[in-house]
Design a binder for this molecule. Structure first.
Ligand code: HEM
Length: 242
């Protein structure tokens, strides 16, 4: 396994595989978020019910939140391996470049520079996002445990959170447009007869992801979705946080 990781081909394939795991998570996350579109509900928002269902999943056979933590460990592991692999590949390409070779030619195409740039910005977004909605370290708008709908509602009443999330989704789109296609190629799924279908498939997947993600903050910001009913959220009257 270590030999495989040390080889350039192996490293590329592991970067592709971990990328695929991260894309898989994004698809599930986007679908989960769409539960917000059902509104605050009569006594519980559907997205809140979904969030507790995720935590209770597998009980009583498995401990509380076991699957959630398993997913978190896999995600973090995939992210670390993905970034380490890329960093080592870039270093390897640059070292392999003859001294007088034009810098633009190896590992320096516009696309690869864009992938590094969008990737780094996305990493910064992920840190900010987890601090806001998972650890509740960023408390600019009211955030509480077990009230996902209310947390999202109050956050997306603010234009600047809408702007940050839409900007992050543009980065997701840019990174994945090239990334998903690269995954297909590196894992050897491409062939002249299938390429056009794979390219269109990659683009369609990215469009669905970005539009699906973006719809939730937009629906909150435009007040298409009603305010939350939960007690914790009603304490936090909107005027108090302007
Ligand atoms: C409009 C877009 C998004 C919204 C509204 C949103 C919303 C949320 C919420 C509410 C949580 C906490 C869930 C819970 O506690 O059960 C969360 C967690 C998370 N989100 Fe997002 N998210 C968005 C986009 C993204 C994107 C683009 C990424 C990655 C690039 C991402 C990565 C994560 C991660 C890693 C977590 C932590 C998962 C965990 O705690 O287990 N999210 N998101």
């Amino acid at each position: 396994m270590l030999e495989y990781w040390r080889s350039t081909v192996g490293k590329k394939q592991i970067v592709a595989l971990t990328g695929a795991i991260l894309v898989g998570y994004l698809i599930l996350h986007m679908l989960g978020n769409l539960n917000s579109a059902f509104g605050p509900g009569a006594d519980e928002a559907r997205v809140d019910w979904y969030a507790s269902w995720l935590r209770d999943f597998g009980e009583p056979l498995l401990p509380h939140a076991f699957v959630l933590w398993l997913v978190r460990v896999v995600l973090l592991g995939a992210l670390i391996v993905h970034i380490t692999g890329i960093a080592q590949l870039v270093k390897r390409y640059r070292e392999a470049r003859p001294a007088n070779f034009p810098a633009k030619r190896i590992g320096r195409s516009i696309e690869s520079i864009a992938m590094l740039g969008t990737g780094a910005l996305l990493l910064a977004f992920i840190v900010f996002h987890v601090l806001q909605f998972t650890t509740f370290t960023i408390q600019i708008t009211p955030v509480h445990e077990h009230t996902v709908y209310a947390n999202l509602y109050w956050a997306f009443q603010k234009w600047y959170f809408l702007a940050i999330y839409l900007a992050a989704l543009i980065l997701v789109g840019m990174h994945l447009r090239h990334g998903v296609w690269s995954i297909f190629q590196t894992l050897g799924l491409d062939s002249p007869s299938r390429n056009s279908m794979l390219r269109h498939g990659a683009t369609a997947l990215v469009v669905v992801l970005v539009v699906g993600f973006a719809s939730v903050p937009i629906l909150f910001f435009t007040d298409v979705l009603d305010p939350p009913l939960t007690h914790a959220a009603l304490i936090a009257l909107p005027g108090a946080f302007s």
